[in-house]
Design a protein around this ligand. Structure first.
Ligand SMILES: N[C@@H](CCC(=O)N[C@@H](CS)C(=O)NCC(=O)O)C(=O)O
Length: 170
């Protein structure tokens, strides 16, 4: 779905890794039967991998697969399983703290103060210019579809975010 942040994750990964792909957008309230029959939860995105039966679901699972299976730069995931685990922990923390608040602001004009607080908290997790150190990594790509929406959501919803003094550029 064109505006789905989860689908955007997968598109970002494919574009960054310069993978050729065919994009099929669909109406999530009226999924085509050929897709609904495969989809365990009835959602998007999904990835069809040439030569494989079935589709790969869930944006983080698909993105990890894309990141690891294409040797092209940039290398977004650490090879070391422990380091990779740390990246996923950071992603979970940001998702739980920031993304849920952002969705509440966008949908109901609620939780603007909680959003500001959570942004300050997760800023402490930055290990360099990025959440993945001095180079853009998996976490940075995974959170981008939401972080690029923070400024417009706050501006449109309440115009209160200007007072947040953040180091990270959004
Ligand atoms: N955990 C899933 C969530 C995907 C998701 O919620 N997609 C939404 C569109 S943004 C969807 O397909 N909603 C339709 C539905 O749940 O019925 C992922 O990361 O891929």
């Amino acid at each position: 779905m064109r505006f789905c942040p989860y689908a955007e994750r997968a598109r970002l990964m494919l574009n960054l890794k310069k993978v050729q792909y065919e994009l099929v957008n669909m109406n999530t309230t009226d999924l085509p039967k050929w897709y609904a029959d495969y989809s365990p939860l009835g959602d998007v995105p999904a990835l069809r991998v040439p030569g494989k039966v079935g589709l790969l679901f869930d944006s983080v699972i698909m993105s990890e697969y894309i990141g690891q299976n294409f040797p092209t730069e940039p290398k977004l995931l650490p090879k070391d399983e422990y380091e990779k685990g740390l990246q996923k922990v950071t992603l979970n923390v940001i998702t739980r703290k920031v993304i849920s608040n952002l969705e509440a602001v966008a949908a109901r004009n609620e939780k603007i103060d909680e959003l500001k607080k959570s942004l300050k908290e997760v800023e402490e997790l930055m290990t360099g210019q990025y959440f993945s150190g001095d180079k853009m990594g998996f976490v940075d790509v995974m959170i981008w579809p939401w972080f690029e929406r923070i400024a417009p959501v706050c501006e449109v919803s309440i115009r209160k975010c200007e007072s947040v003094d953040l180091k990270m550029s959004i």
